[in-house]
Design a protein around this ligand. Structure first.
Ligand SMILES: [Zn+2]
Ligand SMILES: [Zn+2]
Length: 267
């Protein structure tokens, strides 16, 4: 039975004979249902239309999909001594992409910022012997393919290693998470934000939304909570959700200035 993939958000569902009746992630006010109606692909159909590609994104190996699919997801691979941590996930796994990941050390764990990037977490975990997938427990209602490798974590932070820390900021989702990589940016530290804080087109600032496609902003209390969660961290670089959407240097002050700008705009 195929694990049907929603074409609008890229979420994979529990394998079934027929496609699910609806995609709860797309019916939520933060997303939208395909204008032509809900559509699905099996992984095999998707592999016939798209291919997985990998390249360096400002010093971190990444995997994406061409042509762009669903939200344009790309995964980043942080090299750790015991294998890579995959940050955010893509809707498909292919033998070639799995081999590529194996060639750069394999996977030790997967961590995802929020439900829009859960994608094919189960397939990627299984490809590497069932490595743990860390998702914040406050978003567990959005898991569309429950799997034994999923480890939900609670509270405001969860450490994966000396260098890798998950922080729940909330905002876009209750369990919205960013990843702090102490070894990133040549040891100056990097913050991987998905679109919990999204890198703006100028690549010198970030912005925040409850819903990006439906333009629903966050209130001041949510912005301050995100800022407070980030404040103790040292970092020089921010990696956003898409290829090249990164702030290359001086990102900590860019983040603080972005928070001030946002709060001024909504006050
Ligand atoms: Zn969907
Ligand atoms: Zn999102």
């Amino acid at each position: 039975m195929p694990a049907f993939i929603c074409t609008a958000c890229g979420a994979q569902f529990t394998p079934s004979e027929a496609p699910p009746a609806a995609c709860p992630i797309c019916e939520d006010e933060r997303q939208y249902v395909n204008w032509k109606g809900q559509t699905w692909l099996t992984p095999q159909q998707m592999a016939g239309r798209c291919k997985l590609v990998w390249r360096d994104d400002l010093g971190i190996p990444g995997i994406g999909i061409e042509p762009s699919f669903a939200i344009g997801q790309r995964a980043l691979l942080l090299r750790e001594p015991d294998g890579c941590v995959m940050w955010d996930c893509i809707p498909l796994a292919s033998a070639e992409a799995i081999n590529h990941v194996r060639s750069i050390g394999g996977l030790a764990a997967i961590a995802v910022s929020h439900p829009h990037y859960y994608g094919a977490i189960a397939d990627w975990s299984e490809a590497f012997g069932g490595v743990p997938v860390y998702l914040h427990a406050d978003d567990r209602e959005w898991i569309t393919r429950p799997h034994p490798s999923i480890r939900t974590w609670t509270g405001d932070s969860h450490r994966l290693s000396d260098d890798v820390l998950l922080l729940r900021t909330g905002g876009h989702f209750d369990g919205a998470t960013v990843l702090h990589w102490r070894a990133g940016a040549e040891g100056k530290g990097a913050l991987l934000t998905g679109d919990v804080a999204t890198v703006a087109a100028d690549r010198r600032s970030v912005s925040f939304m409850y819903s990006y496609p439906n333009y629903i902003p966050l209130n001041a209390a949510a912005i301050r909570r995100i800022a407070d969660a980030i404040a103790p961290l040292s970092f020089d670089r921010i990696y956003g959700a898409w290829w090249g959407r990164n702030i290359a240097t001086d990102a900590k002050s860019a983040f603080a200035a972005s928070v001030r700008r946002y709060l001024a705009a909504i006050s």
